[in-house]
Design a protein around this ligand. Structure first.
Ligand SMILES: C[S@@+](CC[C@H](N)C(=O)[O-])C[C@H]1O[C@@H](n2cnc3c(N)ncnc32)[C@H](O)[C@@H]1O
Length: 395
């Protein structure tokens, strides 16, 4: 690392501390762990719709700038087999997370010396190295589903002096009972359904911290405390960060073309409810997601440049859709709806419920994980209590 890169990285770390994103006690680990050992020689950058490789040997300065930058670094695309022509990739499937998000997760995990931690999603091995620096490598177990990534991370950990970290190739949704119970399970892949194995492998009083997302509210960080009765309860501590998902919990985001056909004959109505209310606030989105599962939305600006745009609501399973057409010169807008699920009606009813409930923040919803269920209910609302259960997928 050049001295310029080193001092800009130290500045970035100090900014995270000043902004109270990174607890002071992590400063030494962030400065000691050599990030470039963990970032592979080939990383990926967005060019138009595609991810294209950036090789360290071709542009060492740019590579180093990204490795020590404030953004995330895509380190694998399309599960290791780029789907585009000329080796271009479509979907990022592994990355070194943004330093502020790594910091936020470690802070949410309240990781203290002496603890034993299970990390789900080794990726580059960088977070595991930070944990190893802080806790001692023998207290860190990390699982990566992709064998090539696991092998690479293990080699990087050894190069950086953390060869005693236990790196497992396997499905992190199963945890790793052999090394449990853990004080903390920290997942760096999103788990819309928190695997119960994480609960059984965390000691009572311990924490599970995992990104969480859903089609309608695609961001969040969940913190759960494990109780002696074998359940875990908690809620969202952040509603803006988004992660790639556990492989077997990937949410397929349908495209408009997949759901909508030219031959569809929609019902047409109009509304004075501006669609931005339904999609802008994470708190509203969370409440809508709870009541209208399997619905996603997509904003499409018009190419005409006259201020028009559309908001689509889509459910690919039932091939239902709704479209809100915005134009600036009116205060009532047309809505088209098609299919067995009247998505506009459902989404707006859920939004009105959220408004009438006093606009509860997403952080006010309580998650409870039991062996067969993930309950999500709004706290402190005895009369208007809304409980939504998600059944866990069969093991
Ligand atoms: C955001 S990356 C992890 C970043 C990583 N902690 C780091 O420091 O570089 C998420 C990782 O989770 C992995 N992953 C996805 N599903 C998984 C699963 N079921 N079990 C274990 N790892 C999984 C992905 O292959 C990917 O490498």
């Amino acid at each position: 690392m050049t001295s310029a890169v080193s001092s800009s990285w130290a500045g970035l770390v100090d900014d995270l501390i000043t902004e109270e994103v990174l607890p002071q006690q992590w400063r030494a680990a962030f400065l000691a762990v050599p990030r470039e050992v963990f970032i592979p020689d080939v990383i990926w950058r967005q060019v138009g719709d595609w991810l294209v490789p950036l090789r360290r040997a071709d542009d060492p300065e740019e590579w180093l700038r990204r490795a020590y930058g404030s953004g995330y670094v895509v380190t694998q695309v399309d599960d290791g087999t780029p789907v585009g022509c000329e080796g271009r990739g479509w979907v990022p499937t592994s990355s070194a997370s943004r330093p502020d998000i790594v910091a936020l997760m470690l802070a949410a995990g309240r990781v203290e010396p002496g603890m034993r931690v299970l990390e789900i999603g080794t990726g580059t091995g960088y977070s595991a190295a930070l944990l190893a620096h802080q806790l001692g490598p023998e207290n860190v177990t990390t699982i990566e589903i992709d064998p090539e990534l696991a092998a690479r991370a293990q080699a990087a950990l050894a190069t950086a002096g953390y060869h005693k970290v236990t790196v497992i190739t396997g499905d992190g949704a199963q945890g790793y009972p052999t090394r449990g119970p853990f004080d903390r399970v920290l997942s760096t892949a999103a788990a819309p359904q928190v695997p119960y194995a994480w609960v059984t492998q965390t000691r009572p009083g311990g924490l599970i911290v995992t990104p969480w997302n859903s089609p309608y509210q695609p961001a969040g960080l969940l913190s759960l405390t494990v109780a002696p009765d074998g359940t875990a309860t908690g809620g969202l501590v952040n509603t803006t960060i988004s992660f790639m998902q556990l492989r077997d919990q990937r949410i397929h985001r349908a495209t408009i073309a997949e759901v909508v056909r030219d031959t569809d004959v929609p019902d047409i109505s109009d509304t004075d409810l501006h669609a931005s209310h339904l999609c802008n606030s994470p708190d509203a989105r969370f409440a809508i997601e709870r009541q209208v599962p399997h619905c996603e939305w997509e904003y499409v600006p018009a190419s005409s440049g006259d201020g028009r745009w559309c908001m689509w609501f889509l459910d690919s399973a039932t091939r239902s859709w709704a479209r809100f057409d915005y134009r600036p010169d009116t205060e009532r807008w047309p809505v088209h709806q098609f299919g067995p699920r009247r998505l506009w009606d459902k989404v707006t009813a859920a939004y009105r419920w959220w408004e009438s409930a006093g606009r509860p923040p997403a952080t006010q919803w309580r998650f409870t994980i039991t062996a067969d269920r993930q309950n999500v209910e709004l706290q402190a609302m005895a009369e208007q209590c809304l409980v939504v259960s998600d059944h866990l997928p069969a093991p």
